[in-house]
Structure formats: C-alpha cells, structure tokens
Ligand binder design. Structure first.
Ligand SMILES: Cc1cc2nc3c(=O)[nH]c(=O)nc-3n(C[C@H](O)[C@H](O)[C@H](O)COP(=O)(O)OP(=O)(O)OC[C@H]3O[C@@H](n4cnc5c(N)ncnc54)[C@H](O)[C@@H]3O)c2cc1C
Length: 401
C-alpha cells in the first residue's frame, strides 16, 4: 500500500491521467492504433496498449499471446484478519502439507528479538492441502485451511484481505504483439519465493517506458520496441527458474530437506552467496548488447562524481529519465550536437571503483553512455569507436543541422 501511494504520487507529478474504477473489457488493433473498450461502454483510441493487468491479464489473452508454463502443485492463502482466540504461540510452523504462519501484523524488535503487539490484526499464511480453485478465496476457505493445518480456525473473522498464491510459473511467449505489449505479472507469474515479482515487473516498465515514449514522439523507429521483448524475456525466464527452484526447496520430505541442507552449505561460501544475491536482487542483469566493454548492457554503477557544479551521484542524473553521456575527460573532441536535444552531456571526474554485484572491478571507461533505464548503452575511450552508432541505435538518428 505504501509503495502504491509513492508510485501514485509520482504518476500525479507527471500529470498522467488515471481513470479509476474502470476496466478494459476488450480492444481492437489496426495498423495505426488500438481502440480500447471500457467497462462504462466508452472506448478510447491509443497508439499503443500496454497490459499491466496482472497474471490473469485480459490484454494478454485478447491479444492472443500464449502463456505457457507449469500448473500449480501447491497453493497458499495469505490474509490479514482478526482471531477471536489467541493461538498458543505466534510464528512459523512446518508440516507435511507445507509452511503455515500466524503473527500480529504489528511488532517491534527489542534487543534483537521480535516482540509482537498484543492487539490489532493478525497476518495469516496457510498452505492448502491441495491447490485451491483459480478464484477469489473466501473467509470460509481461510477457516477450512486453518482447521486443516491447526485443528481450529481460532474464530477467524473480519478479514481485511485474503488472497491465494500458487507455485505455478508461466511466461508470455511474446512481450509484444503489434501495438499491444505486456509487462509485470501479465508477462510472468511465478512462486513468490525470493520476492522478485514486483521488482521484475517494475524493471519491465522502466525498460519499456522510455522506448515507447521515443517511438510515440517519432524519435525512434517502431523496431526499438522489439528490444523490449529481446531484453526482458530472458530476465523473466531466469526469475521463473530461480523462483521455481526456491519453491521446490520449501517441501518438507527427507530428500528435499537433504537438498536444502546441501544448498545451505553452498550458500555458506562467499562466491555462490554473492552470485545468488546478485541474481535474486536483479542487480547483475546484463542485456545482450553485443561485444564490448564489460559494462555494456549492465546497470550503470551509482558512482560519486565531481562535475562542473560540484559533487553528485550518477543516479541523480537519471531522475528525469533522459539519456546521459558521462565524459571523464577523454572525449573532449566528441561533437554531441546532433543528439544534444535528446542526450545530456556531463563532464565529470570519477575516482570510485567501477564494480557491480556480479561483476568484479571493471576497467574505468573514458566515457559512458547511459540509457534512461540506467543500463550502459556504450562505454569506451579516446577513440569513441562505436559511440555514433550507439547514439543512433538507442536515441534515434542525428538531427540535421
Ligand atoms: C505472498 C506474495 C508475496 C510477494 N512478495 C514480493 C516481494 O517481496 N517482492 C516482490 O518484488 N514481489 C513480491 N510478490 C509479487 C508481487 O506482488 C507481484 O509480482 C506484483 O504485485 C505484480 O504487479 P502487477 O502490477 O504486474 O500486477 P497486479 O499487482 O496483479 O496488478 C494488476 C492491476 O491491474 C488491474 N486490472 C486487472 N484487470 C484489469 C482490466 N481488465 N482493466 C483494468 N485494470 C485491470 C487490477 O485491478 C490490478 O490493480 C509477492 C507476491 C505474493 C503473492
């Protein structure tokens, strides 16, 4: 809720219009745009339609984009509710069916120990004996699952929220079909293990947003949108793979316990732990932009710079979602004028180490071109070989003087 408020506040600042309380009920696309049908009977014409409408995405289905993957083998109910009776203890419990947990939503940490509030709503997580139906769960479902797991439902009532999640893992076969694109859970669903769904979806949107803006403004050709599928689908596939592996480790039989212990031992070692942390956090993502500097396609490190106006951090330069050419002194002669309306040039000094999760120190480049999504489009030195091509590829052809 807190994150939603922050994001909604940001959207307000951008003066994008939100139509609340309306649903998309269908659409028709032609060569020039998409007619979107709304639940109040009206329709809207748009150049492109991006379905960010969750795992059951109507937009994905109506576009005819396949969603292959694995069926659920297990399901969980997660809820915030009141209990009439206090359970003998709070916390996590494992049995042959799976993991269950009961605890007050409010707590504080005192001397390293969790101290739960003695009032307020209770967070409930309960594994169902067999995968529940693909429908909104009810208080009755929650009560039945609690009785199955704990022998009682503790008088559960007044649920603020109840939702069901499963270990199903599916990914859209295509992230773009003509003028329709999908992002977030509409493009990929997977078990929540490792907490990777939201970050992957937000990264989808950040990858797509600037490309879509450039195409709509006529800065770049439509083909730029195909790089969205090419870059983001492999990232989604990797998230599905590691979330499925984590979910498999949740089981409580002897063999899985042995496997969990073996993986635990492996993650006790520095290198495997570093690699897994870099992967699960998504901080090691490298888009395949071809051969070149080790930073090419990776996230630009958030280095401390000394620029003409004083010290600054690289990420502050990305706040207005425009490309930046950072010049560390080797590119004095490069003429950026044909892209000056789109690409900001910053001359700076940098003494930090160029390192990233998943990449040990990289050689410091003389200059680096950073896309609005924070990924490196080009990195090089005095000869600026390939910079003109990278500028054209990502930020449109040079302006005629
Ligand atoms: C238990 C659990 C824990 C998780 N923990 C984490 C975590 O720690 N970190 C993390 O990164 N991720 C986590 N996730 C995953 C994360 O919650 C999801 O990946 C994320 O919410 C997906 O966002 P979304 O906007 O793509 O889809 P959704 O959140 O499903 O939003 C879709 C929106 O589209 C709207 N919509 C649907 N159909 C239509 C229509 N036809 N017209 C108009 N609007 C429509 C819906 O009302 C909804 O508002 C967790 C998931 C679960 C189940």
């Amino acid at each position: 809720m807190h994150i939603e408020r922050i994001l909604a506040g940001w959207v307000d600042e951008l003066e994008a219009r939100i139509y609340r309380g309306l649903e998309v009920t269908g659409f028709v696309q032609d060569e020039a745009g998409v007619d979107v049908e709304l639940s109040d009977g009206r329709s809207m014409r748009a150049q492109y339609l991006v379905g960010c409408d969750g795992g059951r995405s109507l937009v994905r289905k109506a576009a005819g984009i396949a969603f292959p993957g694995s069926e659920p083998t297990i399901s969980n109910l997660i809820a915030v509710a009141e209990l009439a009776e206090k359970p003998p203890e709070w916390g996590v419990r494992r049995d042959a069916v799976g993991t269950h947990a009961l605890a007050p939503v409010e707590y504080e940490i005192r001397d390293g120990e969790i101290v739960y509030a003695d009032h307020g709503p209770i967070g409930v997580l309960v594994t169902e004996r067999s995968p529940g139906p693909n429908a909104e769960p009810t208080l009755g479902d929650l009560s039945a699952a609690l009785i199955d797991a704990y022998g009682t439902d503790y008088g559960v009532r007044s649920a603020v929220s109840i939702s069901r999640f499963t270990d199903a893992a599916r990914q859209a076969a295509a992230y773009r079909k003509g003028r329709v694109l999908v992002a977030g859970d509409a493009a990929h669903v997977h078990p929540p293990d490792g907490g990777q769904g939201l970050q992957t979806g937000v990264q989808d949107a950040v990858n797509l947003g600037w490309k879509l803006a450039q195409v709509v403004k006529g800065i770049s050709p439509e083909g730029l949108l195909d790089t969205y599928h090419a870059e983001r689908r492999p990232v989604g596939a990797r998230v599905l793979r590691n979330a499925m592996a984590c979910a498999a480790l949740r089981r409580d039989d002897d063999r899985t316990t042995a496997l969990r212990d073996a993986i635990g031992e492996l993650l006790g070692m520095d290198e495997p732990r570093r690699r897994f942390a870099a992967m699960m956090s998504g901080l090691d993502i490298r888009y395949d932009l071809g051969e070149g500097h080790p930073l090419l396609g990776r996230r630009m490190p958030d280095l401390d710079l000394i620029a003409e106006d004083g010290p600054l951090r690289v990420f502050t330069l990305l706040h207005d979602a425009r490309p930046v050419l950072l010049n560390f002194g080797e590119l004095g002669a490069f003429d950026l004028t044909p892209w000056a309306d789109r690409v900001r040039r910053v001359d700076a000094r940098c003494e930090g180490v160029w390192e990233l999760p998943g990449l040990d120190a990289a050689p410091a480049p003389g200059a680096v071109l950073v896309r609005p999504d924070g990924h490196v489009a080009w990195a090089g030195d005095a000869g600026w070989s390939g910079l003109t091509e990278a500028l054209g590829r990502w930020f449109g052809p040079p302006a005629l003087s």
